[in-house]
Design a protein around this ligand. Sequence first.
Ligand code: SF4
Length: 370
Amino acid sequence: MRFPLSMTLGMAVYIARNRLRPRREWQLDRAESTNGDNPFHILPATASNNGKRKPHPLLHKRFPLVLMLEPLHACNLTCTGCGRIREYEDTITERLSVEQCLHAVEECGAPIVSICGGEPLLHPDMGRICAGILERGRHIYLCTNGMFIERKLSEYRPDPKFFFNVHLDGLEETHDRAVEKEGVFREAVAGIKAAKAAGFKVTTNTTVYKETDMAEIAELFEYLKQFGVDGHMLSPAYGYSAVNDREIFMTREDVYEKFRVIHELARRYPVNTTPVYQDFLKGERELPCTAWGNPTYNVRGWKAPCYLITDAHYETFEELMTKTPWENYGPGNDVRCEHCMVHCGYEPSAALGINAKPTDGFRLLSWALR
Ligand code: SF4
């Protein structure tokens, strides 16, 4: 099975419950009162609908699916495509306490917590944070560059709800170039081997850039097979404001071309992106942005509207959900979103069944059970 049964079933029940009884306060639109605040907002064209867009009804069943928890932004690397070490330079030495992390997990209520950063394994209390999240019944993806796994492994216990998610953007030469340091690939692989040998679940996380060779990604997955890696996440890079001076990011057309092979890759290897999101990456399906599905919490608070764009930070999760003008974001609504296809903005749409086809349920089930 692609995911632990507890995760698949738990998520299905959680989605059904929230679709049936969405929290009313989170569904109110804020666009009309905030349009003037955002210089990037695209005004609706005149139109057949009196200038108002008609959102998909499921866009008014907002609730969080995956919490993106950033306990710190400090990192031992300076990866080419990373915005965090640039955007959060002023607070790079700060970190969330164990209590703040656990409070965020409870406030948000999402069944999956993706711990990112920065490099989470640099946080001295990361073992305690993970233990606390697991005690609360949540699943964890601990996103790491893998360089500290071997040294820190004794602070963790294998658990079906816990995954080390190791960043690998290609084979050795490519990956070391992307992270701007030699030897990182080897250390990450050593970390993967050590974690697997100790009984942990391990996935990998690959960002696809304009220059990525998809044949090399297939070689990478083939190479990782020998270690029994449990799954691979793939997402296109996106040139948001903190790193948009670089020429490594793709337009939608570039993404469609690059991900032409995604279904083939997913047939041969345990790719963790849902089939509907795979269709979207190939240009075979339209999905709207549902950034509220993957909220981000960090040392400055709840980041709005999404993992990529920062227009505000809120103190509480309730404020994030009720004060963010969600309907002002996404392609066609905000110029910064035009070419965005990242998983944190669109996987929730796929999981919720927005723009679903009759065969989606069967495809999703057979993919999850494979
Ligand atoms: S499309 Fe959504 S996820 Fe992407 S940058 Fe815009 S708000 Fe963020």
